[in-house]
Ligand binder design. Structure first.
Ligand SMILES: Cc1cc2nc3c(=O)[nH]c(=O)nc-3n(C[C@H](O)[C@H](O)[C@H](O)COP(=O)(O)O)c2cc1C
Length: 325
């Protein structure tokens, strides 16, 4: 399938694997890229720019297809060494960067100078327009359904995507709630040039996370996520577990007085314990409502092939059938 996104990123299928903390290692990014989609290494999961440079080399050993790096600009006091990470990305010959979080404007000249395309993740039309205005090449429009940080507007993709299509000139992909060929066809119908998936790609053979995480996603329904940290205006959609319940209890107890320190135990440094050790109640972890559509653990290639066969079948048969004659 050819879209502006496949052309821009030099990939076969208009599918992107979004950056995911302690999931987006070289193994997953390479497997997704080898399947003809765009794999993405999560920059900040690597503790230093040197570690990221090594991870990029490791990925390059596993695939000769294009892959990208996610750089998340966090609202924290002590910023990570962003100039160092940017240098590792440029020196590593990366051609696609997925940015997320705060405005990436400061970093665009260096990235563009190196011939890198930047796709910025946005949860609203106004942020998408801002991304376009500062010179981002594409946007990943992340609806309220998404795993991770859906922002504070709560607009689901059935509204957000056509609104983005009405306003944006640069291409965008649909993100949040995407799982299969139906998602891709719907995303294209609503104006996107492809789709981005997070949660669905965790439940794959190659995702280098503990099997407990994959099984938790398969077992979950669309009713099993919760929004946490809303009082801090740092809303995150996570899978419901014992830590989520404890955190939400704290939020109820403290109301408007809630501070980050009150919930630090449930959120800080928990990803390695969950993703690598499979300690499922060690803290809260991002997961999308789309878990309700995830029923198996295929290889990335099986997943991507299946999506493309289903999408093309839907377009050629089901949809064409409605207008035939
Ligand atoms: C476990 C997990 C970790 C994530 N970590 C990040 C991250 O570090 N940076 C980022 O930009 N997005 C992150 N995301 C968001 C994804 O890149 C993607 O936008 C989101 O998962 C899309 O929604 P979906 O899960 O419904 O497919 C994460 C998502 C999950 C599920």
């Amino acid at each position: 399938m050819k879209t502006q996104i496949t052309d821009m990123f030099g990939i076969e299928h208009p599918i992107i694997q979004g950056g995911m903390h302690f999931v987006g290692f070289a193994e997953l990014a390479a497997a997704v890229s080898n399947a003809g989609a765009l794999g993405i290494i999560t920059g900040l999961t690597q503790r230093t720019p040197e570690d990221l440079a090594k991870e990029i080399r490791r990925c390059r050993d596993m695939t000769d297809k294009p892959f990208g790096v996610n750089l998340t600009f966090l609202p924290v006091m002590k910023a990570p060494d962003y100039p160092g990470y940017i240098k590792a990305i440029i020196d590593g010959g990366i051609k696609v960067v997925e940015t997320a979080g705060n405005n990436p404007q400061k970093w665009l000249p260096a990235l563009h100078e190196a011939g890198i395309k930047v796709i910025h993740k946005c949860t609203s039309v106004r942020h998408s327009l801002k991304a376009e205005a500062i010179g981002c090449d594409a946007v990943s429009v992340d609806g309220f359904e998404c795993g991770g940080h859906p922002g504070e507007d709560d607009i689901p993709n059935f509204i957000l995507l056509p609104r983005a299509a009405d306003e944006l000139k640069i291409p965008f992909v649909a993100s949040g709630g995407m799982a299969d060929g139906r998602s891709l066809v719907a995303a294209l119908a609503l104006g996107a040039q492809g789709m981005n998936m997070g949660t669905r790609f965790i439940a794959t053979k190659e995702a280098p996370v503990h099997d407990n995480v994959k099984q938790a996603i398969v077992a979950a329904s669309e009713l099993d996520t919760r929004l946490v940290m809303r009082p801090l205006r740092n809303t995150e959609r996570v899978l419901r577990n014992a830590a989520t319940d404890r955190l939400l209890e704290k939020e109820r107890e403290l109301g408007a007085n809630l501070k980050f320190e009150d919930i630090i135990e449930q959120v800080a440094g928990v990803y390695p314990k969950i993703m690598l050790e499979g300690a499922m109640d060690a803290g809260v972890w991002s997961c999308g409502m789309v878990a309700g559509l995830v029923h198996d653990i295929p290889s990335c290639k099986e997943l991507v092939d299946r999506i493309m066969v289903e999408a093309e079948g839907l377009i050629r048969q089901r949809l064409a059938g409605f207008v035939a004659g």
